[in-house]
Design a binder for this molecule. Structure first.
Ligand SMILES: NC(=O)c1ccc[n+]([C@@H]2O[C@H](COP(=O)([O-])OP(=O)(O)OC[C@H]3O[C@@H](n4cnc5c(N)ncnc54)[C@H](O)[C@@H]3O)[C@@H](O)[C@H]2O)c1
Length: 323
């Protein structure tokens, strides 16, 4: 297949592009490098620098040659989205609408989209099924839900074979591809940076209604996430929009993650407990039963120790802990 990967210079997109290439696909990355890195685009992939908003103009007639698009490009910082909701509307929602228009005009009908657990907000039921109500707690989650809804409408109207993959907490690395967010807000890379001597780790709230008082999340390996996209490309159905949660179905508390980071790195982490962040649910764990059934998706790297070890190997490559 020839696949357009938007956001392929970012963390997850670079792994998606790498796994697509390994499986024998042709890949072109479209990325404006607003948060991504040109050197994260895998060798062997084409690269077009620009916004998804301008896909029609940037790719021109070449857009017709694609079989599918995987749309990962987005802004994804919750706090920034609360401060500047207009950026999330303009970048994520408007950009996706223009991209889907361009794809439809060019006859590219298979679309796989990066949605998120953040669309659910505070869940009533855990593990969370796809049928749970969507009540996003911030403009980032709301922007992703708006795009899911756009695809739900576009599938029957435009003949899209559309899939939204709702990732839970993506973590780990794949050789040279890993998390390089700036600013970093994700627990594992922040804890690894602290383990490598780059300051203390802030723990946001230890008074949640969980076993040890810290938030519980479902950490899923980035390679397992990437491989779900390959399954979705194959199994997307024309005229339909399907939604799948992607997680391991088991939760780890912040304190459990930090213990695993200490074990992998052989350090004692400097941790400071600070107040809760607004809008952080106590527990977010996926039910990924539907992805197992319909995409034959079974996470191959569910072990948190493996996830942390792979992320640590990536951090070491980038000089963390090298003092
Ligand atoms: N990391 C997670 O745990 C997680 C969880 C759920 C969902 N997601 C979603 O997965 C996707 C990838 O996340 P990530 O962690 O790899 O983020 P990232 O910031 O590393 O990657 C996003 C990429 O998109 C590019 N981009 C942003 N806006 C663009 C635009 N308008 N046009 C072209 N390129 C643009 C950026 O330059 C970057 O390379 C995002 O859509 C995010 O919302 C991530």
């Amino acid at each position: 297949m020839k696949v357009l990967v938007t956001g392929g210079a970012g963390y997850i997109g670079s792994v998606v592009a790498a796994r697509l290439l390994e499986a024998g696909n042709e890949v072109v990355v479209l990325d404006d490098l607003s948060t991504g890195h040109a050197d994260a685009v895998p060798a062997g992939a084409g690269f077009v620098r620009g916004r998804v908003h301008d896909a029609a103009g940037l790719l021109g007639d070449a857009l017709r040659s694609f079989d599918a698009a995987i749309h990962l490009a987005a802004k994804s910082l919750v706090a920034e989205s609360i401060r500047h909701p207009e950026l999330y509307e303009e970048n994520n929602v408007v950009g996706s609408r223009l991209l889907f228009d361009a794809l439809a005009s060019a006859g590219v009908r298979i679309v796989v989209f990066s949605s998120t657990a953040a669309v659910y907000g505070e869940p009533d039921v855990v593990p969370i099924p796809e049928s749970a109500p969507c009540r996003p707690l911030n403009p980032y989650g709301a922007s992703k839900l708006a795009i899911d809804e756009m695809l739900a409408a576009a599938a029957p109207e435009r003949g899209f074979a559309a899939v939204s993959l709702r990732y839970f907490n993506v973590a780990g690395a794949y050789g040279p591809y890993g998390e390089r967010h700036e600013p970093e807000t994700h627990l594992i890379p922040l804890a690894l940076a602290a383990a490598g001597g780059q300051g203390e780790l802030q723990l946001f709230g230890d008074d949640y209604d969980t076993d040890d008082g810290t938030c519980v999340r479902d950490y899923v390996h980035v390679v397992d996430i990437a491989d779900a996209h390959l399954g979705a490309l194959e199994r997307a159905v024309a005229g339909r929009h399907d939604v799948f949660n992607l997680g391991n179905g088991s939760g780890y508390s912040v304190r459990e993650v930090l213990l695993r980071v200490e074990a992998v790195t052989g350090t004692t982490l400097p941790v400071r407990v600070v107040p809760r962040r607004p809008g952080d649910p106590a527990v977010l764990v996926a039910s990924a039963a539907l992805a197992a059934e319909r995409l034959s998706w079974v996470p191959r790297r569910p072990d948190l120790g493996v996830i942390v070890a792979d992320a640590w190997a990536f951090a070491r490559r980038r000089g963390v802990g090298a003092a």
